[in-house]
Design a protein around this ligand. Structure first.
Ligand SMILES: *[C@@H]1O[C@H](CO)[C@@H](O)[C@H](O)[C@H]1NC(C)=O
Ligand SMILES: *[C@@H]1O[C@H](CO)[C@@H](O)[C@H](O)[C@H]1NC(C)=O
Ligand SMILES: *[C@@H]1O[C@H](CO)[C@@H](O)[C@H](O)[C@H]1NC(C)=O
Ligand SMILES: *[C@@H]1O[C@H](CO)[C@@H](O)[C@H](O)[C@H]1NC(C)=O
Ligand SMILES: *[C@@H]1O[C@H](CO)[C@@H](O)[C@H](O)[C@H]1NC(C)=O
Ligand SMILES: *[C@@H]1O[C@H](CO)[C@@H](O)[C@H](O)[C@H]1NC(C)=O
Ligand SMILES: *[C@@H]1O[C@H](CO)[C@@H](O)[C@H](O)[C@H]1NC(C)=O
Ligand SMILES: *[C@@H]1O[C@H](CO)[C@@H](O)[C@H](O)[C@H]1NC(C)=O
Ligand SMILES: *[C@@H]1O[C@H](CO)[C@@H](O)[C@H](O)[C@H]1NC(C)=O
Ligand SMILES: *[C@@H]1O[C@H](CO)[C@@H](O)[C@H](O)[C@H]1NC(C)=O
Ligand SMILES: CC(=O)N[C@H]1CO[C@H](CO)[C@@H](O)[C@@H]1O
Length: 308
């Protein structure tokens, strides 16, 4: 009886092994299909892919492709700086184990497929320095593990989708050098781990949302060269203050650079900016700010560059 059970266990075990091997092989074929669909959309003048991405080798040996040791699926795709022209096809959303995608410094264009949002293991997306256009897909909030999102230096238009606020693991968000417009959504204040927010050189308008003050881990904040108006937010944490400027603006203690220049900001510069002891770059030029900022605050000795 025991022997029978052991035998049955062994058979089940062997069956499972065979099955999971077959499953991996089948899924690697999904990965291969996805990558070949991508290759099919790409013009590759440097011939990086043409003789290398072929079906007679495992995708894990293809240039720019890395597979995970554990399950053998495609884990990273780095085709940066290869002069590639073309689009990202929806099939890329089938690389379900992808954790890192770097397609920066190419000539890729057109809109991003909404299927990118299926890649819930992605931690890094770098699509910067291309010619992508269209809106930032709201579906990106499906990439629940995303930590670093680089979309800067493209032709993205439309506004930041509110769903960005669901990407609560984001530490780096780079949206600068695009054609983005509309208001910065207050949901940005949900991104509690954010360290760098780069939105320079777009056409954002409206006011900087007070919720920015929730971002206690912010180190670099760039809002320069936009069309923002209103006052610099003075509520620098999640408390609701009435009227006057709260003392605890000093809560943005990690901030080292603050770029607000070249907007339509008005009113007085809140002196509490002087409490940001790590701040060494403050860029406020080309606004309609008033008040006697310099004489009223004690500037942190760390200050190296101040532009009014
Ligand atoms: C691999 O396949 C490509 C075309 O798919 C062919 O040109 C090449 O000769 C093959 N290489 C080997 C080593 O079989
Ligand atoms: C493809 O490129 C990779 C990385 O350069 C190289 O290791 C691999 O041998 C190449 N495969 C073929 C078939 O040329
Ligand atoms: C993506 O690749 C480019 C070019 O190789 C590199 O400079 C950049 O640091 C990479 N992006 C990330 C986020 O590592
Ligand atoms: C990309 O193309 C430019 C111009 O054709 C060339 O100078 C450069 O070396 C190419 N870069 C790569 C990585 O092939
Ligand atoms: C890959 O994705 C496409 C489009 O998103 C889908 O139609 C197709 O069924 C997928 N293929 C596989 C093999 O999963
Ligand atoms: C993402 O955020 C939007 C609104 O900001 C919300 O309606 C939606 O349910 C959220 N999605 C997830 C998956 O949490
Ligand atoms: C803003 O972006 C445009 C187009 O991408 C570029 O021509 C311009 O030099 C940039 N301006 C600044 C101040 O970076
Ligand atoms: C900037 O915003 C003002 C209103 O605040 C609007 O009239 C103007 O058209 C905007 N400029 C650009 C370039 O978006
Ligand atoms: C603060 O505002 C709330 C309503 O938003 C009001 O009920 C409260 O009296 C105000 N407190 C002060 C000190 O003005
Ligand atoms: C600067 O200090 C003077 C006198 O203490 C005060 O009247 C003025 O409101 C202050 N300005 C700012 C911007 O804090
Ligand atoms: C350093 C600093 O100003 N800390 C303040 C942050 O905000 C809380 C209230 O939420 C204050 O209690 C702290 O003093």
């Amino acid at each position: 009886m025991i022997r029978f059970h052991l035998l049955s266990f062994a058979l089940t075990f062997i069956h499972c092994l065979t099955f999971s091997h077959a499953a991996i092989a089948r899924n690697l074929i999904t990965d291969q299909h996805a990558l070949l669909a991508f290759k099919h959309q790409i013009d590759d003048p440097g011939n990086f892919l043409s003789n290398n991405w072929t079906a007679n080798y495992s995708v894990c040996n293809w240039v720019g492709v890395s597979c995970a040791a554990k399950h053998g699926r495609v884990r990273a795709l780095d085709l940066s700086n290869m002069n590639l022209t073309g689009i990202i096809p929806p099939q890329l959303g089938n690389l379900s184990f992808l954790a890192s995608l770097n397609l920066s410094y190419n000539n890729l264009h057109d809109h991003l497929p909404i299927e990118l949002g299926q890649l819930n293991r992605l931690k890094l997306i770098d699509l910067s320095n291309n010619f992508f256009s269209g809106g930032i897909p709201a579906s990106l909030d499906g990439c629940q593990n995303l930590q670093r999102l680089y979309l800067h230096t493209n032709g993205f238009g439309g506004s930041i989708p509110r769903s960005i606020g669901n990407l609560t693991r984001l530490t780096n968000l780079y949206l600068g050098e695009n054609n983005l417009k509309g208001e910065i959504p207050p949901e940005i204040g949900n991104l509690k781990r954010l360290e760098i927010l780069y939105t320079s050189n777009n056409s954002f308008s409206g006011e900087i949302p007070q919720e920015i003050g929730n971002l206690r881990n912010l180190e670099l904040l760039y809002f320069n060269t936009n069309n923002l108006s209103g006052q610099i937010p003075t509520r620098i944490d999640s408390n609701r203050f009435n009227g006057s400027i709260p003392k605890n603006i000093g809560n943005l203690t990690q901030l080292t650079m603050l770029y607000l220049g070249d907007n339509n900001l008005e009113g007085e510069i809140p002196p509490e900016i002087g409490n940001l002891r790590e701040l060494n770059v403050l860029y406020l030029s080309d606004n309609y700010l008033s008040g006697n900022f310099v004489t009223n605050i004690s500037l942190p000795f760390m200050f190296q560059v101040i532009y009014f």
